[in-house]
Ligand binder design. Structure first.
Ligand code: BTN
Length: 359
């Protein structure tokens, strides 16, 4: 967590203060009941004036906090905002997201995260915005980023592994995202190579990783995630309608974004820490469980043209393996996968075995 109030270059850098964060957490824990100024002051180890100051600052951020000289403070409304204090209150990761850069509006959180990485932002810096005017998707596509309805985040990482391993981070992010969504969404959540998370066959989230490398080392990596949270199905633009979905559309109720974001960062960090010790093998295994691609007929569009075949799976290096009409296995490093046959079996019961697709 960023613990200071020091102004950063540009007014748009809003940093959570330690006291403000703990005050918000304490008021939230009271679940709409009053908490006395004295108790807060004792618990947070600051003066009652400091509590008052931070309560005013939370109000300025949009929180509705009642105060009374006799009763203390009461949080009336928990906001579905991605303000640093709100994210901080849902954060359980040990390192990631402890420095938060929040923008009400930005062209692209990936662009901003990249600029921050170039100027030395520490590993785990989280860039988050309420809306993006030029949200980037893969292959130059735009990411639909309506204000207040989605999670648009970018994480600055400085991984120690070789640049050749970088594409597997998309798989890691997909696994962490899918595991975050499974407890929330009633329909099955699946991962589609290379960077889509689907539910009920519709895309709910996408991942865009951008890196800067030397020959044998990664300078920085930006992991961008777009997740549709509270967008209503009819609000998607024509080209996405029917193909995209959101958490609210899937669950039939509004979903609190800060909580989802906190859960995602925790999961992501667990896998990120795991690869430092064990490499990507556990991530690849989990990806295979969570994907329902194996055995499906597809058309893969890559820079060298289109190819039809049946998905054999992914190799240990994250490459897509496709069985062509002649029975040969093609390795696909990059491309878009179009399903031409619906899923038949679930990921757990698919009988997907490494030996089935070894070329
Ligand atoms: C895709 O499915 O094509 C990838 C979409 C990634 C979108 C996210 S939103 C936050 C981050 N900032 C961007 O400009 N893009 C990513």
């Amino acid at each position: 967590m960023v613990l200071d109030d020091a102004p950063r270059e540009g007014a748009s850098f809003i940093m959570a203060t330690n006291t403000r964060h703990h005050l918000l957490v304490s008021l939230k824990e009271a679940h709409g009941n009053w908490v006395s100024g004295e108790e807060l002051s004792r618990k947070l180890g600051v003066t009652r004036t400091a509590i008052w100051k931070q309560a005013c600052s939370l109000r300025n951020e949009g929180y509705v906090i009642d105060s009374s000289t006799r009763k203390g403070y009461m949080l009336r409304e928990a906001l579905d905002r991605l303000l640093p204090a709100e994210i901080g209150a849902s954060l359980r990761s040990k390192r990631l997201g402890h420095r938060i850069v929040f923008e009400k509006e930005v062209d692209s959180t990936n662009r901003l995260a990249r600029d921050l990485a170039i100027s030395g932002a520490v590993e785990g810096t989280l860039v988050v915005a309420e809306t993006q005017t030029g949200g980037r998707g893969r292959k130059g596509r735009k990411w639909f980023s309506p204000p207040g309805e989605g999670i648009y985040l970018s994480l600055v990482l400085r991984p120690r592994f070789q640049p050749a391993e970088a594409p597997k981070m998309t798989l890691l992010a997909g696994v962490a995202l899918a595991e975050t969504l499974i407890p929330v969404v009633p329909s099955r959540v699946t991962i589609k190579w290379p960077n889509d998370v689907l539910t009920g066959g519709q895309k709910i989230a996408g991942i865009l990783i951008e890196i800067s490398t030397q020959i044998d080392a990664i300078d920085y990596m930006v992991v961008g995630v777009g997740l549709n949270v509270n967008t209503q199905p009819e609000s998607f633009p024509d080209e996405l309608r029917g193909r995209a979905t959101s958490l609210a559309a899937q669950t039939g109720r509004p979903v609190r974004r800060a909580e989802i974001l906190g859960n995602f960062l925790e999961r992501f960090e667990q896998y990120y820490d795991l690869i430092a010790g064990e490499g990507f093998a556990p991530v690849i295994r989990r990806w295979r469980d969570l994907s329902d691609m194996a055995g499906r007929r597809v058309r893969v569009h890559s820079f060298s043209g289109s190819l039809e075949g049946t998905i054999a799976g992914i190799d240990d290096d994250g490459t897509l393996l496709l069985t062509g009409a002649d029975g040969d296995i093609e390795r696909v490093i990059a491309g878009d996968v179009e399903y031409i046959q619906a899923s038949g079996v679930g990921p757990q019961e698919s009988g997907y075995k490494r030996k089935d697709f070894v070329p």
